[in-house]
Design a protein around this ligand. Sequence first.
Ligand SMILES: NC(=O)c1ccc[n+]([C@@H]2O[C@H](COP(=O)([O-])OP(=O)(O)OC[C@H]3O[C@@H](n4cnc5c(N)ncnc54)[C@H](O)[C@@H]3O)[C@@H](O)[C@H]2O)c1
Length: 331
Amino acid sequence: MERVSVIGAGVMGHGIAQLYAMAGFRVGLYDVAEAVLVNAVQRMEESLRDMVDAGWLTSEDATAALARVETTTDLREAVAGSFWVTEVIPEVLELKHNLYAQLEEEVAESCVIASNTSTLPLAQLTARAKRPERFVITHFFNPAQLVPLVEVVRGPETREDVVQQTIAMLRRLGKAPVVLKKDVPGFIANRLQAALVREAFHLLAEGVADAEDIDRALSEGPGFRWAFIGALATADFGGLDTWQRVCTNLFPVLSNAVEPPAWLAEKVAAGMLGAKTGSGIFSYAQGELEERLRVRDAAFLQLLGIKRGIPSPLRGDRGEVTSGDRGSEKA
Ligand SMILES: NC(=O)c1ccc[n+]([C@@H]2O[C@H](COP(=O)([O-])OP(=O)(O)OC[C@H]3O[C@@H](n4cnc5c(N)ncnc54)[C@H](O)[C@@H]3O)[C@@H](O)[C@H]2O)c1
């Protein structure tokens, strides 16, 4: 059985490890902290149970997938025999450089090393690497085991066959890879999201509507469409003459802030960090976060099922949203 490794088992790492295990790989899952590994196994168990409940996997497949994940705090053990390593440690350049130096001592020359970085350019990540040509960025979205998109970013030295192997690997996981032509900060999806969050923060600060209604306007309106078509197809479907008028009338009144709003800094300074501290933009009762995340993940699972079950209107998808099917996520 082919073996891969996931280095870092925090918010993103456990979901990525779960994906590889569901696709039939043995997974060496490493973290510096034993407690993180224990928690990661628990999170994978819960997520697999939800997938069984949703009819995605049999409970035998779920048990077998979990059994393929071998957790360890020994890096050498984690990467022994792996042909693919995904790095999912904190977004600190020095930490990543140190890890890559150790990895390059341990893994085979042919092993691909993929980083889940959200912000660091690959050229910077591989500045000290011996073999930068085998590095690539695979940027998953939280929760990684559910959101189809993975952005693939190559560095100036990444080999073409590594990019092709990466696309094939992500499709094997049932993902929807998007390859960037240029390495830009925030890649594609986070730039689009940040542009939208800036305007949502602006509307909230201006008192245009309550926070709940601003979110509702998005998820019941554009967000409903965006699960299947993007902003550019939306413009084409609506008519470019109409969109020219929309841009002419609205661009001058949209937020063009180049810094986060002052109210955000005030909330952060006051320890109002959102769900994890009990209040942020909204307030959360004890235990509410867990319940909301459970409901969110159940909704995401259903949406994923719908997306996989019907033809996609997106150009280039040839009637399918991802090249994976339900079967490809089974062992
Ligand atoms: N959280 C997100 O939504 C998200 C989304 C996409 C990408 N990312 C990126 O993924 C990476 C990890 O983010 P996260 O949110 O999972 O962070 P996290 O802090 O939840 O997890 C990182 C894990 O790495 C472990 N770790 C620390 N140093 C290590 C080392 N030297 N070797 C091995 N493990 C080590 C930590 O113990 C921790 O469990 C970052 O590059 C981040 O930018 C995060």
